[in-house]
Design a protein around this ligand. Structure first.
Ligand SMILES: [Zn+2]
Length: 246
């Protein structure tokens, strides 16, 4: 019968192999399993530290900006330099290539060092915070044109504003409707009708992003509340109610 330690070592060896092949999520799973089997087993926390840092680095905030906060595993609104320093020290100890024998430890260590270089310097941190501030996905709400029942998603700042329907061109009050239209046909529901929209109507100002493969809502990134004509376009319309004025 296997001891829990032998089992933990087996799991950790798998996690290590997965890390070598850069299968980060699976590597993490096995490191966690190893840790659960034998909490004192050396190495599982080192693998976890590498994987968490590399996974955070895979999700940059913009093309130019890695998410330094996620890399140090602190909240993006964190202003607590002591906490940031504590995280840097903890991860630095776990990841230092002299101490951490696993693949990619050097890479993760460099990321943590770079994160600390930015976030520990008030000037660099302020510039970074400013640069990424506009990139956080804006809050939005859904509203419906009361005349033609087209649905729109707008930035939250437009809520309560007078909006202009891009379908029937009438003005209406931008009242929030409680929830996203369900994308499942068959219920007393809304359904997505991307396919029914004339080419160029919906996607005209979305640039290279284009329509995704799925029916997800398209969110206009522009922050202006008044640029109604640049607002988000129709995602769906109400079933059973014919459009008017098309
Ligand atoms: Zn309308």
């Amino acid at each position: 019968m296997k001891t829990s330690r032998a089992e933990a070592e087996r799991l950790l060896a798998i996690g290590e192999k997965l890390l070598q092949s850069r299968d980060l999520s699976s590597s993490r799973d096995f490191a966690i399993l190893a840790q659960e089997a034998e909490p004192l087993l050396e190495g599982s926390d080192q693998i976890l530290a590498i994987v968490e840092v590399l996974l955070a680095a895979e999700k940059p905030i913009t093309n130019d900006h890695l998410d330094w906060y996620a890399i140090l595993q602190v909240d993006r609104t964190c202003q607590d330099l002591d906490l940031i320093k504590k995280q840097y020290r903890r991860l630095g100890l776990l990841l230092h290539p002299d101490k951490n024998p696993f693949s990619l430890a050097d890479h993760a260590f460099k990321l943590v060092s770079d994160a600390w270089a930015v976030l520990s310097d008030p000037v660099q941190k302020a510039i970074y915070d400013r640069d990424v501030a506009g990139s956080v996905e804006p809050e939005s709400f859904w509203t419906a044109c009361p005349y033609c029942y087209f649905l729109y998603e707008y930035p939250a700042v437009c809520e309560g504003c007078c909006l202009r329907c891009q379908n029937c061109e009438r003005s209406f009050h931008g009242l929030s409707i409680p929830s996203l239209p369900p994308l499942v046909p068959g219920q007393e529901a809304y359904y997505c009708n991307w396919g029914c929209l004339p080419m160029g109507f919906v996607f005209g100002n979305l640039g290279s992003d284009g329509p995704g493969p799925g029916p997800g809502p398209m969110v206009e990134n522009g922050p202006t509340a008044v640029a109604v004509s640049n607002g988000v376009n129709v995602a769906s319309r109400k079933r059973g109610r014919p459009r008017k004025g098309v």
